[in-house]
Design a protein around this ligand. Sequence first.
Ligand code: NAD
Length: 514
Amino acid sequence: MNGDQEMRRRVEELRQTFKSGKTRSVDWRKSQLQAILRLIHENEDTLFKLLQSELGKHPVESYRDEVGVVKKSADHALRCIDKWISPTKGWLPLVFFPASRQVLSEPLGLVLIIGSWNFPISLTLDPLIGAISAGNTVVIKPSELSPKCSSFLANTLPCYLDPKAVTVIEGGQEVSSQLLEYQWDKIFFTGELRVGKIVMAAAAKNLTPVTLELGGKCPAIFDCLPNSDLKVAAKRVASGKWGACAGQACIGIDYMLVEQKFASKLIEQLKKTIKIFYGDNVQKLKNHSKIINKVHFNRLRGFLEDPAVANCIVYGGSFDDSNLIIEPTILLDPPLDAEIMNEEIFGPLLPIITMENIEESIEFINSKPKPLALYAFTKNENFKKLILAGTSSGSVTFNDTMIQGARENRRSHREIPTREKLRWSPDGREPGGAGGKGAGQMRKAGREMLYALFHSQFVCDDLPFGGVGQSGIGRYHGKYSFDTFSHEKAVLERSFYFELEPRHPPWNSFKLEF
Ligand code: NAD
């Protein structure tokens, strides 16, 4: 059997499973969600190692953006699924009396999830949680650019999840193109705009609905702030820009807009913060991921090879070729027609554009395609209203980055307080090591608190996550994920008890006046 035949066989098997009705059972869905939790829990250490070696992610970052995200989503889905699948009832116009109506969520069928490499675990398993909760069968195609995580998913998922309902097909663009030729009931794609268009064109042939989680240039407006707020804001910018996969994040800040008179203050504060968070030696950067591969490394270096851009570097700009690390880099007022101001950066370079008046930022943002995320640091309530009314973006976050709004940490998942495995101290020491048992206990308590806090980072179940215009189509997270993979079926039932005769022919002038 050749590769294509084998792939078709596996996909067909999943279609048959869906037809059997097995995945519609709520017990089945819950068992699969529990299996995802078990998978993550039992493989945490392996995942930390894989993400460290593939992307240079620190385990704390991996927990916050990958492992913790999946745990939280699976846990949330398990708690909410009974409510999500319950039909919603409501009122009907009197003319239908007596009758009842409900909206039933039914699974779409067989879905394809195509993932990206920057969050290779959460960007595949998080949509999977939505697809399973909604009762679908699923094919996952992870990115070939994170091959270790891809093969982890391919080898480990079948050990936990129902292999007749969920399968991982590995490969690059050719495999992806092949898969796109099959008939799907939904395609969920995370990746770049160019490929999103290919996916949508392929889906259109079968009228398959798509969710496209794309990227683009996410702006951050930075209003003048008092010193104390500036310090906090600089931490949030530095942590969101460079502390999440070294800027290789779809919702990472791409560029900042600031008033001329405030720019030097902002840059000085960012410099200080970068030094504390990451150090200033590119060979020894701490808490900073690497660039995924040489191609992307050279792409980023290429932005700075333009002399007009290189002249604008006010901080950083060093490269460690052997480890694919680029220092956090700030540029002041690069030319607006330079590549760096027109392509998605997706890396640790941060252009800062100055303007006379911060309100000009709205026009600036509107001159570009609608971004996935828009950030604004301001205390001015009128300006916030102007931003909300005057711009369009997938999301708006005021005074922070990457969190997409605050989510109340209602009940953090249960495993956190008991787990001791993660050694997140930079020197990798065991809890209770140096400093004696008491200090170890203190560190452990501190870690647990951090884990609980991380629960509210990056993914908010109560907010839809997705783009608008060129930054994407559709949304997910929490109940939005369930809805993304469901069809809402309208059901209306009449009784034979009573009939309103004027609604039927023969028509006459009396009925017109009635
Ligand atoms: P990509 O589009 O190159 O690849 C994504 C997936 O598509 C991979 O699995 C790849 O194998 C497949 N693919 C690539 N070329 C294809 C083709 N011609 N036909 C069919 N399939 C193809 O994107 P990437 O480099 O993995 O990710 C970076 C992009 O993704 C950035 O633009 C970023 O902003 C965006 N992104 C968006 C989100 C989000 O949630 N909105 C999250 C992460 C990344």
